[in-house]
Design a protein around this ligand. Structure first.
Ligand SMILES: *Cc1c(COP(=O)(O)O)cnc(C)c1O
Length: 238
């Protein structure tokens, strides 16, 4: 069986090869290790190999793990669905949130971001394949939400996140291209309306499809299974 370290360096290597194929600088693609259902010991083992960015879906599990890891050099990303009564802990404990899909949630995150911390980095989650079961807003609503977020003082709008339907490679590639185009046009709209925004982030690609996401311009790939192996049942609800 492969070890965590073998899998980690295989993934890092594959990202480098994907970047070469796409003529991209590997430093433009950030690997987020999706550590949901994994232990703090697994996180620290990966951190010891050099991994810094970790992503979590379930808030209570994440808070326990962040405090168990007690490592200030790690950068935590929230990527799960957000209930409005959970925003304070998210605003306090994470540096990034990739799953914002409502103005109300954005407002609360901005209001609750502690003053001593830098603005919270935000991606808008887009329901790129218009699936009933998926979180995220429709493409047609992205501009309005982006303008709202760009106006909030304690948030830094960074870009877009999506999870394609995963039924075929072709569909995923088309969805990634669509998200990339949406970010470009958003960059144009937001810039011309005079807002300050970095808009440098495309959070897309998971274990099964990160090669094509990188080819389409992903800047943050969110990878769990390919690093840690298959997931068991999740640890707990939050
Ligand atoms: C679980 C999860 C991932 C990682 O999925 P893998 O297929 O295990 O790589 C990525 N993004 C989100 C939003 C997730 O919930």
């Amino acid at each position: 069986m492969e070890t965590l370290s073998q899998r980690y360096f295989q993934v890092v290597d594959r990202i480098r090869i994907d970047c070469e194929a796409a003529e991209r600088n590997p430093s433009t693609v950030h690997l987020l290790a999706v550590s949901k259902t994994r232990s703090a010991a697994d996180v620290l083992a990966l951190a010891a190999l050099g991994q810094r960015d970790f992503a979590e879906n379930y808030l209570q599990e994440a808070l326990d793990k962040i405090s168990a890891c007690a490592n200030d050099t790690l950068c935590w990303h929230f990527i799960g669905p957000i209930q409005s009564n959970k925003t304070r802990d998210i605003a306090t404990s994470f540096r990034w949130v990739h799953s914002v899909d409502r103005a109300k949630i954005a407002q609360r995150l901005s209001d609750q971001r502690p003053a001593h911390l830098p603005p919270l980095n935000i991606c808008i989650q887009v329901n790129i394949d218009n699936e009933n079961s998926k979180s995220g807003i429709p493409l047609s609503d992205v501009t309005a939400l982006a303008e709202h977020i760009a106006s909030l003082p304690r948030l830094q709008l960074r870009g877009l996140m999506a999870i394609p339907r995963a039924d075929s490679d072709d569909n995923n590639r088309a969805a990634f291209d669509k998200l990339a185009m949406t970010l470009s046009s958003l960059r144009h709209t937001i810039t011309t309306s005079g807002e300050v925004a970095m808009l440098d982030t495309l959070s897309m690609g998971m274990s099964g499809d990160f090669d094509s996401a990188i080819c389409a311009g992903a800047t943050h790939v969110r990878i769990g299974t390919a690093l840690f192996g298959p997931r068991q049942v999740k640890l707990q609800n939050s």
